[in-house]
Every structure is written in structure tokens, then in C-alpha cells.
Write a protein that binds this ligand. Structure first.
Ligand SMILES: Nc1ncnc2c1ncn2[C@@H]1O[C@H](COP(=O)(O)OP(=O)(O)OP(=O)(O)O)[C@@H](O)[C@H]1O
Length: 714
């Protein structure tokens, strides 16, 4: 397929190279790219042949006196791909070592390093699966027992088959990373890590049975395997956005497994799982953009993009600006669900304020309701709070009669009918006390919202809904969402990860009327943390029952990071003073030696009180600090960040210090002790999940420290 207008693509590596050159030259590159995009055949653009090039289709172009761009400019077709930019000699050197070609099996446009000259390169017949390159001598204990044909189908270039078949260890494979096309390395890495060949071929192998034309670059650019590395900007605005944030690769380069979730019609609700850092939020944002930019998106219809925490909603609102046009943005309403519910019920005449368990109005009401506890029931005070949270609110038990019928599955203490009758007044009183204060729980407010919708009092509807942090939504919240979007294709798209559930208990989508049968998917590549940090964080939840938001279970055995780096550092100290001394020293080293910005370092503690203490200690040692609040973290603001484990959810930092991981702190010894073994187990799971969330925020460096007796989790 050949388009009439020239096709201009930018490579991901081009943007990385561009981000590294001085600002002044970046301006020249910007001007050049704009001119180039307007007309790549303009007389002022001189394409120079590169001597000793491994790839005969690469040319250099002049940016200014010192800098050169490297462009893939094949003879056939009208396609130009900007691959690299650098100082003159470095650019030529880079160009001499690289190839950019269409893989004859997968059809992906691939960029990789090659040692062979074009004439020495073995050429598999395009698209024909009976490639008969000279079979290399396999190693005695090969890492991969795969024939050439299979390796080609995984995206390994013909010129590297021999080297791959000679590999005998993971370490050797890692040394080949730079030489292999990114997707071929990824496929081999995952294979070596234990993913089945069948699964790898599904994700990385040929995506159709079409015969690949290795000279048709325009078609190659349309394949999702190419689009993780190469992007054709839609217009001048998009080009500007790419060059203004060259390292925010998530804006344009989706992984094929991410893109396959975003750019397609789904015949109903979809649930996407994925460990921390696998790009769930990125996928959810692209999905929202894709939906509202469709030509058939109804005029005046809106998409609801909802989250559990308000902080994440703030971030998403900001980040959507980077990928959406103003018209698309107007169609997307981003709001955390509690805020949405609160606004909705108020608009419909209910003036109650939504309150949570830490709120003084809530606490006052609770204390008064506790006065009605029967004296002869031998249960701990905490039992009532648990009963309220696990039975009364989720099932919307409103009368004594309802309570007799309510399911108490999963509660550790059995209650007979008389006992239920005896304790019911406590909960009735709690609601009455809240009402007296014009307050309502979030759960009751959701119930009210559903009632309003059921009665047709307000007919608010969205054409589609996207949910992030799906693990923290209650069954009732999902019922509400079900009422807010008509059942139709592409109606609800949910991303979540129960390993990170820190606010609620298990959810069942199907029990809330959201049927995802056949539409459950999973993301497996962690883009954020190093593999060793990922493993450490995952081990914190080993052997714990983790659900899939829909009555099934989820495992993390196929979740990986391809980023190499140092192992997490775990340190134990005799007292807090020693720990904070070490902390300040490490932070200084990161800033001075590793050149990490203070604002890219976060110290995390279990409670606000601990955050205050550690903040003071750092300030005493002369370090500037910044406490993360409910506001969006503005990285322009200087200072080492401090946050609780709850607050750091959804964020990421180059270095994370989890401090005071002490006995009685992690897990936090609650003031209200529970006797219920089920509650104890779930409480511990939540504490582990919190620790896991904190650990998975670290991109490159993770430090975990304790003083005094360490946490049993260490
Ligand atoms: N296709 C991509 N290309 C480049 N970077 C990506 C891509 N997808 C995700 N990332 C980056 O990976 C990191 C994690 O992404 P994101 O926050 O969407 O993951 P998540 O699964 O929602 O994480 P968590 O559940 O831990 O909050 C971010 O820095 C994001 O920019």
C-alpha cells in the first residue's frame, strides 16, 4: 500500500537522542523537523550517503554546522523515518552501526545494531516460513533450543540468529540487549524467564498470515509492533507535543499488548489486570482518548473517567492534556468516584456531607452509637466496626429484618438471630446520629445515588466509563457505574491490580452486574521499576490470596521488568538516630554522586506522625524537604519528598526510602485489636499490600530501613 503524501515518522530513539542535546541545538532540530515534515523532498534538505553503512537506506541530513540527523530513506515508497540526532561524527558513527529494516516474519520495522555489511547479511525469503540459512552450530547447553524459523518469528534478525543460538546464559543474553531489536530482546528475555513459547509467539510473533513485503515501509509503520518504536505524528500540534516532552514515551509509543487493548471495539465491559508499573493508567488514558476521538462518538455525549483517590484523578486530568485535543478533553470528565457521588446527590437535593471513619462527625456518631451495645455479648469493641464495614454498609442493611437475612460469609464470629436483634440498634443509631449531623457514609451516598437513578429522578448517563484503581472500588460502586452507562459495546473499561488493594476488600464485578466474560486481559511488562525491585516487592505478597476483581485469582508469576539495576538495600539500625543519620547520608550521595534531583527522592513512612518525625530529622541535617499533600506533586518545587504509604500510591520516584519498617509499625498495631481471625488475615494482607505499593514506586533505587526491632515482614 503506498500513500500519495510522504509519510514522516519519528523513532523513539530519535526522541531520546534529541533530549540529550543542548537546548540551542534542540531548537534547530525542531525547526528542521517542522520543515522536514512539511516537505522531506525540499531542495534545502541534503541527504548524504553514509560510507561504511550497514544499512544502505540510511542517510544523514544537516541540522546545523555541527549536528546531523540520521534518516531512514528507502528508495521505494515515500517514507522517511527520523532515527537519530547527534554531533556530526557521532551521528555518522551511529549510522554506520545500525540497521532499520522490516522483519520478514513479523513485518515490524526494527532498529538494531549490526556488525555485518549488507552484502554479508543472510537474507531470509520475505514472508516464507521455510528459511534455510546455514544452520549454526548450537551451543552445548543452549539457552534457547529453538530453530532459526522460530527465532525469526520472534523478531530476531537473520544476522543475529547465530549469536542467539550460541547463548548459554541469561547474562550473555543481557549483553546482547543493545544489538537486538527491542521486541526481539523482550521476547527472548521473557522466554528465558519461563514464559511459554506459545504465549510469547502470541504476543511477539507474526500477527497475521499476510505475506510480508520487506520493501513496503508504509505498511510496516501501521503494524502495532512497529508502533512501539515509530510514530507518524498526526499534525503539527502532535509533533510539537512529542518534541516538547521527548522522554514521555508513553504518550505515543504503546507496547503492542497495550495497544491491542486500546484500539479496538469490545463487545461489553473489559477488565485489565497488571502488576504495578505495567502501564494500566497509560492504557486507561489512551483508551479514553481513543473512544472520544472516534467519528461515531455521539455529539454532546461524555465519557466518565473515574478513580478511587482524588490525587490520581488530578494526575490523570493533567496527563490527558498531553495526549488529547481540547475537543477530546471536553468529552472526558475525570473525577474520583466519591467526589462524583457527593456532587450528584447534592444536585438532587440531598445536602448531607459524605464523611469517612477519620472524620470527627463520624467519630462522634460512632461513639454515641456504641452506647447501645448489648452488655451480654462477649465480643471485642472492634467487632462492631467490622460488622458495620463488612456487612451493614456493603449490603445496605437498613432494617432489623434485613439484618436477619444478611449474609455474614467471611466473618469469623457467628451470630444467631437473637444476637443480631440485640446488636442491630447500634447500627441503626449510627445512621441516625450521622443524619442528625447532616452527614452520610460514602456507601450510603452511593446507595442514594443508585436510588435517584432507579427512580428516574436524574437520568444522568455516560456513553462510556473508564475506571482506574479498579481494585479499590466496592461492589456497590460498580453497581452505580453499571447504572451510569447503558449496556452496549465499549461501555466500561476497568484497570486494576488487587496486589495494590489498600482501601477495600474483594470486589466481584459479576455480582455488580458487570459481565466481563471473555474480556479479561492482563499486562505483564513493568515499565517503571528494575527487575530486582519488582521481585522484592512481589515477594512481599508471595503465597497471599490475590483476586482478579471477579471471583477468580490473579498471580504475578508472569509479570516482569526488563530494566536491570541494583538490588534493593535493606538496613536495620539500633535506634532512630542511627537510621536518620544513614538516611541523610544516602540521600546526599544520591543527589551528589548519582545526580538525582532531591524532588525525585521520596521518603515513605507508615503514618503521618512518622513522616513528621523523619522530616524534622532530615531538616535538622540540613536537607530541604517537601511533604506530599492532597495537591498534585509539582516536581518544580525543590526538596526531598515525604509521604505516607497511602499517599505515595500511584506516584513514582527515581529513589524511594521506606523508613521505620519496625515491629508494631508495619503492620501497624491498630488501637482497636480484632479477635476475628478472618479480619486479622485480611488486615495483614492490606498491610502487606501497602508495603508492596510503596516498594513499587521506586524506579531505580529502593532502600528499606528499620530501627529497633524490625517488622516481621522483613
Ligand atoms: N508504552 C509505554 N512507553 C513508555 N513508558 C510507559 C509505557 N507504558 C507505561 N509507561 C511508563 O511506565 C510507568 C508506569 O505506568 P502507569 O503508571 O500507567 O502504570 P500502572 O500499571 O498504572 O502503575 P501502578 O499500578 O503501579 O500505579 C510510567 O512511568 C509510564 O509513563
Amino acid at each position: 500500500m503506498t500513500n500519495l503524501a510522504p509519510k514522516i515518522a519519528l523513532g523513539s530513539d530519535f526522541l531520546t537522542a534529541y533530549s540529550r542535546i543542548p537546548k540551542k541545538q534542540q531548537r534547530s532540530v525542531m525547526n528542521f523537523v517542522t520543515r522536514f515534515r512539511a516537505n522531506p523532498r525540499a531542495p534545502g534538505i541534503n541527504y548524504e550517503v553514509i560510507r561504511h553503512a550497514r544499512d544502505k537506506n540510511l542517510r544523514s541530513v544537516r541540522i546545523d554546522q555541527d549536528y546531523r540527523g540520521i534518516v531512514l530513506s528507502p528508495e521505494q515508497g515515500d517514507v522517511y523515518v527520523l532515527l537519530w540526532v547527534d554531533k556530526h561524527d557521532d551521528a555518522y558513527d551511529w549510522a554506520a552501526r545500525h540497521r532499520c529494516e522490516i522483519n520478514p516474519r513479523t513485518g515490524a520495522l526494527q532498529l538494531y545494531e549490526s556488525e555485518t555489511l549488507p552484502e554479508d547479511q543472510p537474507q531470509p525469503a520475505a514472508g516464507k516460513p521455510e528459511y534455510a540459512a546455514p544452520q549454526p552450530q548450537p551451543a552445548a547447553n543452549p539457552l534457547f533450543n529453538l530453530d532459526s524459523e522460530t527465532l525469526l518469528s520472534l523478531g530476531v534478525p537473520a544476522g543475529h540468529l547465530d549469536a542467539v543460538q550460541q547463548l548459554t546464559s541469561d547474562e550473555q543474553l543481557e549483553t546482547m540487549e543493545r544489538k537486538l531489536p527491542v521486541e526481539a530482546f523482550e521476547a527472548l528475555y521473557l522466554l528465558a524467564a519461563g514464559t511459554s513459547l506459545h504465549d510469547i509467539l502470541q504476543d511477539y510473533g507474526p500477527q497475521s498470515s499476510e505475506t510480508i513485503d520487506t520493501s513496503d515501509y508504509a505498511s510496516a509503520l501501521e503494524r502495532s509492533h512497529s508502533q512501539r518504536q515509530f510514530h507518524v505524528p498526526e499534525d503539527e500540534q502532535e509533533l510539537g507535543r512529542m518534541l516538547n516532552a521527548p522522554l514521555d514515551k508513553w504518550r505515543v509509543f504503546l507496547h503492542p499488548t497495550q495497544r491491542s487493548l486500546v484500539e479496538r471495539d469490545w463487545n461489553g465491559p473489559v477488565r485489565v489486570l497488571g502488576g504495578a508499573g505495567t502501564g494500566k493508567t497509560v492504557v486507561a488514558m489512551h483508551r479514553a482518548r481513543w473512544l472520544v476521538s472516534r467519528p461515531d462518538w455521539p455529539k454532546n455525549a461524555n465519557l466518565l473517567f473515574t478513580t478511587f483517590t482524588s490525587n490520581l484523578a488530578l494526575d490523570i486530568r493533567e496527563n490527558l492534556k498531553a495526549i488529547c485535543t481540547p475537543e477530546q478533553l471536553q468529552r472526558i470528565e475525570v473525577i474520583n468516584l466519591d467526589a462524583w457521588v457527593s456532587q450528584f446527590v447534592r444536585r438532587n437535593g440531598f445536602q448531607s456531607r459524605v464523611v469517612y471513619s477519620g472524620n470527627p462527625l463520624y467519630q462522634e456518631s460512632w461513639n454515641l452509637a456504641q452506647g447501645l451495645r448489648p452488655s451480654d455479648l462477649d465480643v471485642h469493641a472492634q467487632f462492631y466496626e467490622e460488622e458495620w464495614q463488612r456487612v451493614i454498609l456493603p449490603q445496605q442493611v437498613r432494617t432489623r429484618q434485613d439484618y436477619f437475612l444478611a449474609s455474614r460469609t467471611g466473618r469469623g464470629v457467628a451470630l444467631n438471630r437473637r444476637q443480631r436483634a440485640d446488636i442491630w440498634p447500634v447500627f441503626e443509631e449510627m445512621r441516625a446520629q450521622l443524619a442528625r449531623r447532616d452527614a452520610i457514609t460514602a456507601e450510603d451516598a452511593i446507595h442514594q445515588a443508585i436510588d435517584i437513578l432507579r427512580q428516574g429522578q436524574d437520568s444522568r448517563q455516560y456513553h462510556a466509563i473508564v475506571v482506574d484503581e479498579g481494585q479499590d472500588f466496592t461492589a456497590q460502586a460498580y453497581s452505580l457505574l453499571r447504572h451510569l452507562a447503558p449496556e452496549q459495546p465499549n461501555d466500561i473499561f476497568i484497570v486494576g491490580d488487587a496486589h495494590q488493594r489498600i482501601y477495600q476488600r474483594t470486589t466481584s464485578l459479576r455480582a455488580s452486574g458487570i459481565n466481563i466474560t471473555g474480556r479479561g486481559r492482563k499486562l505483564k511488562i513493568n515499565y517503571r521499576t528494575t527487575e530486582l525491585i519488582r521481585r522484592y516487592a512481589t515477594a512481599l505478597l508471595e503465597n497471599q490470596p490475590i483476586d482478579d476483581l471477579d471471583e477468580g485469582s490473579d498471580s504475578s508469576h508472569d509479570y516482569r521488568s526488563l530494566v536491570q539495576g541494583e538490588a534493593p538495600v535493606v538496613q536495620q539500625f539500633g535506634n532512630t538516630q542511627e537510621e536518620t543519620g544513614w538516611l541523610a547520608h544516602q540521600i546526599r550521595e544520591l543527589i551528589e554522586q548519582d545526580e538525582i534531583q532531591a524532588s525525585d527522592i521520596c521518603v515513605v513512612a507508615r503514618t503521618n506522625y512518622l513522616c513528621e518525625q523523619y522530616e524534622q530529622a532530615l531538616q535538622d541535617q540540613g536537607l530541604e524537604t517537601w511533604r506530599l499533600s492532597r495537591e498534585r506533586d509539582n516536581r518544580q518545587h525543590p526538596g526531598v519528598r515525604l509521604a505516607t504509604m497511602h499517599r505515595i500510591k500511584g506516584l513514582e520516584f527515581r529513589a524511594v526510602f521506606i523508613v521505620a519498617v519496625n515491629d508494631q509499625v508495619v503492620p501497624l498495631k491498630y488501637s482497636g485489636h480484632t479477635d476475628d481471625p478472618v479480619e486479622q488475615r485480611l488486615g495483614e494482607l492490606t498491610e502487606r499490600a501497602l508495603f508492596h505499593v510503596a516498594a513499587t514506586r521506586a524506579m531505580r533505587h529502593l532502600y528499606v530501613s528499620s530501627s529497633g526491632k524490625p517488622s516481621p515482614f522483613l
